[in-house]
Design a protein around this ligand. Structure first.
Ligand SMILES: *[C@@H]1O[C@H](CO)[C@@H](O)[C@H](O)[C@H]1NC(C)=O
Length: 122
């Protein structure tokens, strides 16, 4: 009997650990970008999709974006440049398995840097 209780505890503990570490590993925000086929001021337009592939919510998401330029106005609620860093979704939570996206227009697809975020597993 005691053995079974111990086993249940171990399984429960392992499931908690995997929730905290495996499924919700930080850095689970991914960035993809595709050409939309539209041109704005003679520059190709690009759609950037930032997706949370984790179950856990990710908030305070930022990306390194030194040198980012666009001739198309980007909604600052989705993507706001602040020096060499850009704030994604105003820092608000991006829930598990959802994404945000925006478009910009420049000669080339911009080589975005690393994304950081705070995970919130509940
Ligand atoms: C981009 O975001 C808008 C607004 O949330 C949404 O309606 C649209 O489906 C998204 N597009 C893609 C390609 O994710």
């Amino acid at each position: 009997m005691a053995g079974i209780i111990k086993l249940v505890c171990v399984v429960f503990f392992l499931s908690l650990m995997s929730k905290g570490t495996l499924q919700c590993y930080p850095g689970t925000l991914t960035l993809k970008q595709v050409a939309t086929g539209v041109h704005i001021s003679n520059k190709p337009e690009w759609r950037v999709i930032i997706a949370n592939e984790c179950l856990c919510t990710q908030s305070d998401a930022k990306i390194l974006c030194a040198g980012f330029q666009t001739v198309e106005q980007v909604d600052p609620n989705i993507f706001a440049k602040s020096g060499d860093t850009c704030v994604i979704n105003n820092g608000y939570p991006i829930h598990g398995h959802t994404s945000v996206n925006f478009t910009y227009a420049w000669d080339n697809a911009f080589a975005f840097g690393k994304i950081t975020s705070q995970e919130n597993c509940s």
